[in-house]
Write a protein that binds this ligand. Structure first.
Ligand code: PLP
Length: 388
């Protein structure tokens, strides 16, 4: 098909040309005296992105899923109890992993479209005077439903009952796009991946661990080896890795960190919020469709999940968009399969790129017979951006 593919899934996201060029380098010896400079540029450059001065950023040759596992197996004793809210496919998969790894899981089942239920986290913590819950898990941005949760409020809930549980946050589709504050929220392990707000290919799992998490990892009895925090932090201290790192991905990361620093992280957040506002205007004011997110406070600035009316198969919209217009939209996952499609608006993008996706989604919806006014989404997004 002629023309470029319009990549509007909520990760992997567009890799900027600058980053592609930066990773186009010959392999080098990862034990050479020059290598530590690259390691330090990556790890030190990540600290402001995680908003930490005391945490340790770690790079695993992995994806976000590996980092979920790393958080659990490094910091918890075998069979320890964890608390997690499930309100979409990714929080579901994390809860499922906890069970498969043999942890005791208290799941707060929450309607898909809502965010993390702070009051229910609080009552679960209040009902745990023995402190059997060892870790509280929260998905900051549920990519499956386009919902952002209030991590600061979960920290406040822990503090209000003086509960010592660790706080693990999945920021896979939020980091470097929606504000995340490792130190201020006293997060113990933040989990992320390279292929979203960091504008890189998939292949690097990122975690940031608190000093407390690092100390606990020295004693925690869960089995782990490849993902051991202690081995990684010890090797990183001299600028090296316990095994062969991906030099090309690290060169790419160094470049994307420069791009984020040049734009300024707060400006990056503002750009995401502004672009998301235009997308939501297209959906709600233009197309007169609903979001999966059930309230304004949950709206995600990185992904918009669009409900299609009963009787329409969202998968047909996605297939038409891809096959006819070379536009990749995100699918509805598990419970919401066929009921919604998702527009990812994170990473390296601007208004005109997003207008292409909105126009393409509009054409695909018209083609499958949906009752949409041609041009209405594009017009609504344009007027939102012209006003804001
Ligand atoms: N958590 C969230 C919120 C995600 O969106 C994803 C992937 O999209 C994951 C975890 C899993 O990450 P990965 O696919 O990088 O393993």
């Amino acid at each position: 098909m002629s023309g470029r593919n319009f990549l509007f899934v909520p990760g992997p996201t567009n890799v900027p040309d600058r980053v592609l060029r930066a990773m186009s380098v010959a392999s080098q010896d990862h034990r050479s005296p020059d290598f530590p400079a690259l390691t330090r540029a990556c790890l030190d450059g990540l600290k402001p992105v995680f908003k930490t001065t005391t945490g340790h950023p770690i790079l695993f040759p992995s994806s976000g899923t590996g980092c979920w596992e790393a958080a659990l197996t490094n910091c918890l004793d075998a069979g320890a109890k964890v608390l997690i809210a499930r309100f979409g496919q990714f929080s579901h998969l994390w809860a499922d992993m906890c069970a498969r790894l043999g942890f005791e899981v208290e799941v707060l089942d929450t309607p898909w479209g809502d965010g993390a239920p702070v009051d229910r986290y609080l009552s679960a913590l209040e009902s745990d005077p023995q402190h059997r819950i060892k870790a509280v898990l929260v998905c900051q941005n549920e990519t499956a439903t386009g919902v952002t949760s209030d991590v600061a409020a979960i920290r406040a809930a822990l503090d209000s009952v003086k509960h010592p549980a660790l706080l693990f946050v999945d920021s896979v589709s939020a980091l470097a796009s929606i504000d995340f504050r490792m130190d201020e929220w006293r997060v113990d392990v933040c989990i992320s991946g390279s292929q979203k707000g960091l504008m890189l290919p998939a292949g690097l799992g990122l975690v940031c661990i608190s000093q407390k998490a690092l100390e606990l990892s020295k004693r925690a009895t869960s089995r782990r080896c490849y993902f051991d925090f202690g081995d990684m932090v010890a090797a990183n201290a001299s600028g090296y890795f316990p095994y062969t790192p991906s030099l090309q991905m690290m060169c790419a990361l160094r470049e994307s960190l420069s791009m984020l620093a040049e734009e300024g992280l707060e400006n990056v957040f503002r750009r995401h919020s502004y672009l998301a506002g235009g997308t939501r205007a297209a959906v709600m004011q233009g197309w007169k469709l609903n979001l999966c997110a059930t309230a304004t406070k949950w709206y995600s600035d990185t992904v918009t999940a669009v409900m299609v009316p009963a009787g329409v198969d969202a998968a047909a919209v996605i297939a038409r968009a891809y096959l006819r217009y070379n536009l990749s939209l995100g699918a509805g996952l598990s419970k919401v399969a066929g009921k919604l499609f998702r527009i990812g608006h994170l990473g390296d993008l601007n208004e005109l790129m997003l207008l292409g996706a909105i126009a393409g989604a509009e054409m695909a919806m018209l083609d499958v017979g949906m009752n949409i006014e041609p041009g209405s989404g594009v017009a609504a997004a344009q007027s939102f951006w012209r006003k804001n």
